[in-house]
Design a protein around this ligand. Structure first.
Ligand code: CA
Length: 220
């Protein structure tokens, strides 16, 4: 899952980025309004974490523009402005959620998971598929009740494939959702992760669609 963090405070930005990366998110960090605007025009993010007071273009203007373009990207406002009127203005401008600084990183990641759940139309916090059960909060995966050890990247990859079982996802799409803009991606990185997932989960779960990408299928 790829997130856009829009934050001009270097210390806060750095700590939020670290926490989110440890939670297996790919994070692009925009430090001012213009950088954020470029990023929002270039990528489809799974969630946007938006500070309001920014150099360049402010957060509410960015949000207005995003919704004017009919973008449904989930947006959580992160700001020190804690007046009720500010919160109401943020939500009524199209934000999905609002968190007042200082906040606990655990609460932020739980809110992101809740938003992604709603976006994907899931009611249950756990993702189940065939004999697999994934817990996005703990990054645990169980196959027939047996825990399977996965790296964070492998966990993200199988989560992405399980978003739409039966649909083919290209290598480029997977790379775009798994890696932030300042991360080096080896040309065969996705192939290596798929190989490792097959070793751990069996060869039949992830099918290669030649020249197109990958898909997960149940009971092949
Ligand atoms: Ca700020």
């Amino acid at each position: 899952m790829r997130l856009l963090l829009v934050e001009d405070d270097p210390m806060l930005g750095d700590s939020v980025q670290c926490v989110l990366q440890q939670e297996s998110f790919a994070v692009d960090w925009a430090r001012d309004g213009e950088e954020a605007e470029l990023a929002l025009n270039a990528f489809l993010y799974d969630c946007v974490l938006l500070d309001l007071g920014l150099p360049g273009k402010n957060g509410l203007d960015l949000l207005h523009d995003l919704r004017k373009r009919k973008s449904s990207m989930p947006v959580i406002i992160l700001t020190a402005r804690d007046a009720v009127s500010d919160r109401v203005a943020g939500l009524d401008s199209g934000a999905d959620d609002y968190l007042v600084k200082p906040f606990d990183p655990d609460e932020l990641t739980a809110r992101i998971r809740a938003l992604l759940r709603r976006r994907d139309g899931r009611v249950e916090p756990l993702i189940t598929f065939g004999t697999l059960t994934l817990n996005p909060a703990t990054h645990e995966l169980y196959c027939q009740g047996r825990p399977i050890r996965l790296s964070l990247r492998e966990f993200s990859l199988i989560s992405l494939l399980l978003e739409r079982p039966g649909a083919t996802v290209s290598r480029e799409q997977l790379e775009e959702r798994l890696y932030g803009w300042n991360e080096e991606v080896e040309s065969n990185a996705i192939g290596v992760h798929i190989h490792n997932l097959r070793k751990k989960l069996g060869h039949d779960l992830i099918r290669t669609v030649r020249g197109v990408g990958y898909m997960v299928i149940e009971n092949p």
